[in-house]
Unconditional design. Structure first.
Length: 108
């Protein structure tokens, strides 16, 4: 898919990005955040499938691991949940009035 102003990432970058997302998912789960672990696993799968997450991260697939791209992506999702623009997402965030239960579609 051609993105305006952003070159398509090569397959190695896509696979590396998915691996970084999965690595952070494992860390999140180990630290007790099932929600973030599940979100990152779904994001990794979506990146590999060329879905919307791949579009969002296209300009960041070459980022160094130290840039904390997965955590920045999660911070963006949290901000959207808090803004009220995504009530379906906010339903899973206690800080937005939701519950911490992963619910349907979780990777668990």
């Amino acid at each position: 898919m051609t993105r305006v102003g952003i070159p398509d990432p090569d397959q190695a970058a896509v696979e590396r990005t998915a691996a970084v997302l999965r690595q952070q998912a494992s860390a999140c789960r180990a630290l007790g955040s099932t929600l973030y672990g599940d979100l990152l696993i779904h994001a990794a799968d979506d990146v590999l499938a060329g879905g919307p997450t791949a579009d969002v991260l296209a300009g960041h697939m070459a980022a160094r691991i130290a840039s904390a791209m997965p955590l920045r992506m999660l911070a963006g999702a949290h901000a959207v949940a808090l803004s009220g623009r995504a009530p379906e997402l906010a339903a899973f965030y206690p800080s937005a009035g939701g519950t911490a239960s992963p619910g349907p579609g979780s990777a668990d």
